[in-house]
Design a protein. Structure first.
Length: 162
């Protein structure tokens, strides 16, 4: 194991792989995340998909049916994934107490207001609720780069009004 992640039981493995895209372009050193799940999935940012030659579907993590596959290369050889390459929808993990605080339910949407000189508001932040979750927002690198997101950047979760 390389390091523990913020959500309990989730970790970044020491192992990495190289993804080979449809245009024979590659992204090296992709970190494997755990624990093991019942499916294999690769989440890419929009610009990574363009560079590799993927037309990425925008999906919630785990919803891989009918998506493109890819070739992964690691120290033990090649692994052909028949499906599972997506652009993950932005989302927020929260426990039931956090959901009550914000007045939201699993499957609803929120907004994320990001401050700073390049501030913006991200709409349609999918709410995911589970008793094991700690409050944490997941956005991709394109979204973080668009607003120059830094550790000290002020952020605020906002309830989406009906």
């Amino acid at each position: 194991m390389h390091k523990w992640l913020y959500q309990d039981g989730q970790f970044a493995a020491k192992e990495t792989v190289t993804l080979i895209g449809p245009r024979s372009r590659v992204i090296s050193n992709l970190r494997i995340l755990g624990p093991c799940r019942t499916l294999n999935q690769v989440e890419l940012a929009y610009t990574d998909g363009i560079a590799l030659g993927f037309e990425l579907p925008h999906r919630i993590s785990g919803d891989i049916k009918g998506t493109l596959g890819c070739m992964l290369m690691g120290p033990a050889g090649f692994f052909e994934m028949p499906e599972g390459v997506i652009r993950a929808m932005r989302h927020v993990h929260m426990g039931p107490a956090d959901a009550d605080f914000y007045g939201v339910k699993a499957g609803e949407s929120m907004r994320l207001k990001i401050g700073g000189p390049c501030g913006l508001i991200l709409e349609r932040m999918l709410v995911r609720v589970d008793k094991s979750f700690k409050l944490e927002v997941h956005i991709d690198t394109d979204e973080g780069n668009a607003c120059n997101l830094q550790p000290e950047t002020p952020c605020e979760l906002l309830r989406t009004e009906p």
